[in-house]
Each structure stands twice: as structure tokens, then as C-alpha cells.
Design a protein around this ligand. Structure first.
Ligand SMILES: [Zn+2]
Length: 265
């Protein structure tokens, strides 16, 4: 784990990259901040989490770090120990954690419950949606630390790295660590309700777009040509033919559209 800091004093804000070793976009954003450090108005902690997995370009060494929190100093796995150290490092910080995905090119935010902070900060980020995942938060960083996760774009893409940079600067501006104003936007808010499992198969197909409603009776995916038909309508989230081993993605309900508060001047 690499830990650095912008500004002096005890940080109450942190930016975390590399929770997953095969998602380099956030690391690029952190390195850019370190290469050319901006003058900050509040101290910011910068963390590159799973350096070993990053070096090997794998999601994890022993187990998925973002299913391992709170971790344990005596854990038998690399990620079990790392989770514990990361929680110690991030204690008391509002944390911005960057990921990337195989499911959706446009950035979106993931939060555990709709806190006042999420309500205020997320509509100031260049994201297309906010996804509330408290039904599925076990073992994830935000079960221990106040965290806003962002999916920056497609895994390994140049665009995801550029998005990570833009998202980080927007976050730091929204929390008054960087000067300037953010652009507010209306933001649809989704809550994950179900995991959509997939049967073991050689080929998987997904026929629908994330964040676009699927109607009851619609064929949304296939496993070896077997149609997967929606029993009831839902919004697909993090859905892709090859993202996860056992699941196509998640079903969500749309619960609100958030409007950003007007800039006070
Ligand atoms: Zn990730």
C-alpha cells in the first residue's frame, strides 16, 4: 500500500485507487496529483491500495479486497491483512474510491445508503447516476469507512483514466479541497434490489443497456443461447456478458432524481 498526502495537517478526505489490481485508472489519477501537486485548501490523503495485485495486473492476490472488509491483522490472506491496514489508514476520512468495470463506459457513483454527504457531493461529480447498494454492502470498503465509490469507465481504457482524473478533481472541488466551482446536474438514483445469477455456460450475451428499464417478458440475456427473460421490469446495473463469474449483474429500482443545490454566490 502506498500512502501520500497533499497539504499539511490531518486529512479528513482521502482518495483511494487500486482496490482492484486490474483497474489502473484511479492509480493514474493519483499519480497525476503527485507528479504535479495542486495547492490544496484542505489536506488530502492519497492511497494506492493493492500494489501487489496492481504489479501482477490481477483483480486480487488471494481474495477480493472489496469483499474482505473490515479485514484482520492476522488474516491468512494478503487482502485480509491489507483491508485491516486500509481501514486504519482511512479512519475518519470521507473517502473517494475509484473503480472501473466491463459493463458501462460512462462514470457512475456507488454509495452505501443516501447520506447527507452523498446527497450533496455526488450531484457535483461528472457521473450519469448514483447507485445505492446497501443490500449488497457486506465486506465492502463503505461498510467500514464513509466512502463514495465511482466506476470511472471501461477497465483498462484511456477514457477511464481520463475520467478518473476529472472525477477526482470534481470530488476535491466539491469538498472544498480545491478552489473553484463544480457543475451540478440532475441525477437519477437507483437502489440495487437483486443479483442476477448466471448458469455455468461457455458463452454469455447481454441484450440490454445498463440504466435503461427492461420490461417484464423481455429477453435481457442468454447463457449458451438459453434466453433469460425478465419476470418483472427492472433496471440493469453492472450488467455485462463477462464481468463476474456467477452473476450477469444486478437488478435495480429507480427511486428518485436528485437535483443539485444551486451554487451559493
Ligand atoms: Zn473495482
Amino acid at each position: 500500500m502506498r500512502v501520500a498526502q497533499l497539504g499539511s495537517g490531518t486529512p479528513e478526505i482521502a482518495v483511494v485507487a487500486g482496490i482492484h489490481g486490474d483497474e489502473p485508472c484511479g492509480v493514474r489519477a493519483v499519480e497525476r496529483l503527485l507528479d504535479d501537486p495542486p495547492a490544496v485548501e484542505r489536506p488530502v490523503k492519497l492511497v494506492v491500495a493493492n500494489e501487489t495485485a496492481l504489479e501482477r495486473r490481477v483483480r486480487f492476490v488471494d481474495e477480493d479486497l472489496n469483499r474482505t472488509f473490515p479485514g484482520d491483522p492476522n488474516a491468512k490472506t494478503h487482502e485480509g491483512q491489507l483491508a485491516h491496514r486500509l481501514v486504519e489508514e482511512l479512519e475518519g476520512c470521507l473517502t473517494f474510491s475509484m473503480h472501473s468495470t466491463q459493463s458501462h463506459a460512462e462514470p457512475f457513483a456507488i454509495v452505501n445508503g443516501i447520506s447527507e454527504t452523498a446527497h450533496e457531493v455526488v450531484p457535483q461529480l461528472p457521473v450519469v447516476a448514483m447507485v445505492e447498494t446497501s443490500n449488497f454492502s457486506e465486506g465492502r470498503l463503505f461498510s467500514e469507512i464513509r466512502t463514495i465509490e465511482v466506476e470511472c469507465g471501461l477497465q483498462g481504457s484511456e477514457t477511464a483514466a481520463e475520467n478518473a482524473d476529472r472525477l477526482t478533481r470534481s470530488f476535491l472541488t466539491a469538498v472544498d479541497a480545491l478552489p473553484g466551482d463544480t457543475v451540478g446536474r440532475d441525477l437519477p438514483l437507483f437502489r440495487l434490489t437483486d443479483m442476477i445469477c448466471k448458469d455455468r455456460a461457455d458463452t454469455y450475451e447481454v441484450f440490454v443497456d445498463n440504466f435503461t428499464e427492461v420490461s417484464a417478458g423481455e429477453t435481457f440475456a442468454a447463457a449458451d443461447g438459453d434466453a433469460q427473460v425478465a419476470g418483472e421490469s427492472f433496471y440493469p446495473i453492472l450488467m455485462s456478458p463477462n464481468g463476474y463469474r456467477d452473476v450477469f449483474g444486478y437488478a435495480a429500482e429507480k427511486i428518485d432524481v436528485l437535483t443539485s443545490p444551486p451554487t451559493a454566490d
